[in-house]
Design a protein around this ligand. Structure first.
Ligand code: NAD
Length: 291
């Protein structure tokens, strides 16, 4: 029997729990969490993502502030904005939406964010704390995946987890989280990437597959063991004239043929995507509680 890891339903449930905590704070006369998002330029995808994040804040009763800077913003100007956000006691957490225009050094920008307000969990201090299993902000997508596994009680202890893709925002942190001594965790982890040889044979041995490479339909049924758990992180826009938007979203897993073999599987859309946004909200609430 295959169980769908329903990210929409799970994210809705977590949003309700967060909204409840916000209401309790308000009833006690405490400030509600305040998330700011910085967007530089007019990249289409970041526009969509930032919009969705701001809407999600409003839904749970957070305050949100969108700081929109033009395409011609210099690195110094962006760093000055970050300094202001770091000092502003009214802002609990903020994100700088990536990618940044090419003339801005992403690393210098991420380093400038106060780790206590870094609700994206990209600052090296938070990454280091995650690796050492200390309190930190987990990056939103891995945090969302962990919460999805946890809410569905997916067994992870002693399982072989194969991760495809080693990005700093998904694949790499997933290896850290899945090997941790706790639940979800205690898995034996293999990290694969574009230079991996015999990838198919390795993925075939997995009890848990986490696909985060950004290649539509890459994971096929012949790569997945019977009874495996499959988490599809991929989000690729594919032109589709039958859709009002002109595109559809494709995951990294060929869902229709892989799903019947699985114990658990995430759909795309409606799997990891909604969990990512709700995890940002969870981090922002934690930023307030840690103050
Ligand atoms: P990325 O594009 O930064 O890196 C891709 C990784 O895949 C690289 O480490 C590369 O080595 C590996 N890779 C590429 N081709 C491969 C191959 N043939 N075999 C094995 N490994 C290969 O990755 P990213 O930023 O983590 O994004 C991956 C996908 O996840 C994208 O589709 C992205 O849109 C999506 N994504 C979704 C969410 C979400 O909220 N659901 C969040 C972040 C990213």
């Amino acid at each position: 029997m295959m169980t769908l890891l329903d990210g929409n339903a799970t994210a809705r449930k977590i949003r309700e729990e967060i909204a409840q905590q916000v209401n309790e704070r308000r009833a006690q006369g405490l400030a509600v969490p305040h998330l700011a998002a910085v967007r530089v330029g007019n990249n289409g995808a970041s526009l969509t993502y930032v919009g969705a994040k701001v809407r999600a804040c409003e839904e749970v009763g957070f305050k949100s502030t969108l700081v929109h800077l033009g395409d011609d913003t210099t690195e110094a100007q962006l760093l000055a904005t970050i300094d202001t956000l770091n000092r502003d006691p009214d802002i609990d957490g903020y994100i700088v939406q990536l990618p940044l225009p090419p003339h801005i050094n992403e690393h210098r920008v991420l380093l400038a964010i106060d780790p206590a307000k870094d609700v994206d969990g990209f600052h090296p201090e938070n990454v280091g704390r995650m690796a050492l299993n200390l309190p930190c902000f987990l990056p939103a997508t891995p945090y969302g995946i962990i919460q999805l596994l946890e809410r569905y009680h997916v067994p992870t202890e002693g399982k072989h987890c194969v991760i495809i893709g080693r990005s700093h925002i998904v694949g790499l942190p997933m290896t850290i989280l899945m090997q941790r001594n706790g639940y979800p965790g205690n898995a034996t982890v293999t990290l694969t990437h574009s230079k991996t040889v015999h990838l198919k044979e390795i993925v075939c041995q997995a009890d848990i597959v986490i696909a985060a490479l950004g290649r539509p339909g890459f994971v096929t049924a012949d790569m997945v063991a019977e009874g495996a758990t499959v988490v599809d992180v991929g989000i690729t826009r594919i032109a589709d004239p039958t859709k009002k938007s002109g595109f559809r979203i494709a995951g990294d897993v060929l869902f229709d043929e892989v799903a019947p073999r699985c114990a658990f599987i995430t759909p795309v859309p409606g799997g990891v995507g909604p969990m990512t946004i709700v995890s940002l909200l969870a981090n922002t609430l934690q930023a307030v509680l840690r103050k």
